[in-house]
Design a protein around this ligand. Sequence first.
Ligand code: SAM
Length: 244
Amino acid sequence: MSPPTGADTVIERAAELDGWMSDDQGHRLWAAAAACPTGGRIVEIGSFRGKSTVVLAAAAPAAVEVVAIDPHAGNDRGPQEIEGFADEAAADHEIFLANLRAFGVAERVRHVRAHSGSAHPEVRGPIDVLYVDGAHRYGPARADLRDWGARVADGGTLLVHDAFSSIGVTLAILREITFTGRFRYVGRTRSLLELRAEPGTPRRGHVVRVLLQLPWFARNVGLKVALTLGLGRLLGDRAPDWPY
Ligand SMILES: C[S@@+](CC[C@H](N)C(=O)[O-])C[C@H]1O[C@@H](n2cnc3c(N)ncnc32)[C@H](O)[C@@H]1O
């Protein structure tokens, strides 16, 4: 099958891959990547099997570097998969590479097989589009937003998955993004948060918009607790999906 082209076709085909990117989130990622300036750089933290990577890479203008950072080491692999998934992660790595080939973007993506905390020397220069979807525990999520977020160029875009859905990611956002005055809230597609690096813009509107997401966060935490306790089974086919 020939590689897909164009937002609708790529996102439709990507929907068949394993991962946690919904179609509407794919469109937000596509728009951000497509707007990356010539000579710019897109960095993804947490690629898994490449579902979001193929969208970013297919959307990126020709002269843009696309870097995907994922150790495929079996830790922080997905919801409730924190440690001990080395065998699955080895398969993730092979499937990631195969998916990049199938989407015709294997040559467009530079994979850095490392944890984000040790990958900084592998990425030179400022970042125009940063997509954070790696470890979701508070410590590493906070380090990603703080240390990689600091590398987003003024005017650049920071996208964060599982915002106001994962407790660790949400606490990291509140700590590193909400009150610092460096990023402005742009919008959200489900749990995919988009921010713009605009130092010096008035903070109040941004802070209010972030805090307005907290009721949705409370709803998602409640939903996850209910699903973890098995209460979803009571609703059968009407049980809601794991929120992301
Ligand atoms: C939720 S998945 C990413 C999903 C992917 N973006 C998609 O659309 O399908 C999280 C990924 O982060 C990776 N990961 C875990 N810890 C990481 C870290 N410290 N740095 C980079 N990636 C990490 C895992 O190996 C896993 O593949």
